[in-house]
Design a protein around this ligand. Sequence first.
Ligand code: GAL
Length: 691
Amino acid sequence: MKKLFSIVFILFFFNNLKAQENSRFFPKKDLMTFGIYYYPEHWDKKEWERDIKNISEIGFEFIHIAEFAWINFEPSEGVYDFQWLDEVINLAAKYKLKVILGTPTAIAPVWMGIKYPEIYVMNSNYQRAEHGTRAVQSLSNTVWKDFTSKIVTQMAQRYGKNPNVIGWQLDNEPEAREDYSPSSQDAFQLWLKNKYQTIAALNHAWGTAFWSQTYIDFSQVKIYNANLVGWWGTNPHALLDFKRYTAEIQTNFLDFQAAILRKYIANNQYVTTNYTAITAADPRKTKNLDFNSFTSYPNKGNSNLGDKGFRLGDPKELSFALSYYKQPNNVAGIMELQPGYVNWGSVNPLLLPGTLRMWLFHCFGGDLSFACSYRYRQINYSSEQYHGGIMKLDGVTLSQGGKDYKQAISEMKILRKAYNPNAKIPKALQVRKTGLLYNCDNIWSMNRQPQTNQWNAIGFFQKYLEIVKSFGAPTDILSENDNLNDYKVVIAPAYELVDAILVSKWENYVKQGGNLVLTVRTGVKDRNGHLFSSLWGATLYPLIDSKIDDFDQLVNTKGTIKAFDKEYIWDNWGDLVTPNKKENSWAKYSDQFYAGKSAVVINKIGKGTVTYIGVDTDDAKLERDVLKKVYEEAGATTENYPEGVYVQWRDGFWVAVNYSSTDYQLEIPAKAEVLVGNATLKPAGVTVWKN
Ligand code: GAL
């Protein structure tokens, strides 16, 4: 026990150390700094100085360059030219702009693929990709890795000590794409050998006894190809491993690049990458990056909230990313933020004026250290010619997004003046700090076997996240390795894959006073993705002091549940729960042949509680009321912000934004100093105040 305590303490200590270290990249008093993507290689050299000067005059503090420019650095094999980039960096310095450099490995120069076609991935029809677009290189291919190593080394040697370069972004939107090429097949076999050691162990883990799938030797194993064997036929355990392998190859590729950079770069240059808003490559698995950054395009042409929602974007996108990428005890930033309309949404409307500013303040409230946007100038040719920028097509007229940015930058200056380095998180917020446990394995596993077409694995997670945010709780998305004891409430939404170590970590958290919320589909599978050979959910019985007799789904009808003197409806998923103690039931089914069975139960263990929410509803009303009661009983107050309204706290500032189509009246204490906006938070509105 003592040993365990010391390990936990050491982990905690190092995490905090990392936080202190990484904050050196971003002086606290700057709050959030602003930058923009610029592509000198897209424009006539004569325009560079004009553009860079304008970028600086708008108020941007850094530019982001070079992430797709390999051909400009190495026009033919081994012949390098960095002079043009030297010029750009010198211009940036002249206009007091810092620089983030992208490593250009998202797209290989044409000569490379002609000479070494094996650098490209193969799709599930075993067709090779070819030159012309991004993210089609095989990350397990040694030729590709050698070229990557050479170009990254060249760049690091040249710019690693340049005082104007503040950081590095690796590659572009690392998304862990599937690869069926021979190099990937070999790497997968190796990965499996390392993981399972013996073919018998693999056969067991993959359940190959089923349908004569048994292997005699690792050399026989190919990547399960859902395209050829059919989705239904695809072995779910093999598929889970393929997903894990693909994510790991991506992670290793990032770490590989970062390790090369680290040999040459100064200690004050950081290394990060721009993950997509909801990614397949778990950012927590990389070892050599300093912190996470991400990209977000909240408006994809969906209707979102109310009649203006199609102009305001999906509130849940940044909401998720902010809790996921800003990991406890570390800094984070947004690398690409949508600047206006894009050219790939289902419909690409104008944003409501102010929307980009609202997104920027949503990021600010989410404690990001920098915000950068894709891209400065709208381009008049090639694939993204309809995509908006900060500048319009003429290159000198601010778009609406540009005006929003400019305003946000000038408002940040007001906040910097008002910054109080001694501000402490308000007690009420500290007391409702919440963690949600997330593991890509669960999403992959449930996406393969949803069991009902009403199941949406990410949507289910987001439902809980949004409820908690509407309570005004500071919320982190956690991994199993994180320290849970910092959080008043920890929720494990549909956390399908567990093992004894995790379940006992949960139990310890509760015994010490934590409030754990478990839901349908939690704890029903082992790490290979096998359902436990026990009664449904039996691993959780000691925690919930109940049995789960079965689970149900409804078709073309809604079932009813009675709880808290109200009636609720459900149809997606209902666990039929029997608590050992009648008084532990919080909600009961009131129709169907099992009326009287429980849908929600509570159990007390040590100083804490376990709540089991055994039902998935569309309107989330029951889940919301149950959670509210959990916080109340734990001594934490909750707010009741409407959908799309977020009120966050950072560094002494309260920051409110509104993605809904109606005004929201904020309750701002009379003595507070309102620094941005006012108490009426309009759609796309921002209000910032200080108590
Ligand atoms: C991002 C990508 C950028 C740009 C942008 C357009 O996903 O990283 O390079 O293509 O989309 O919206």
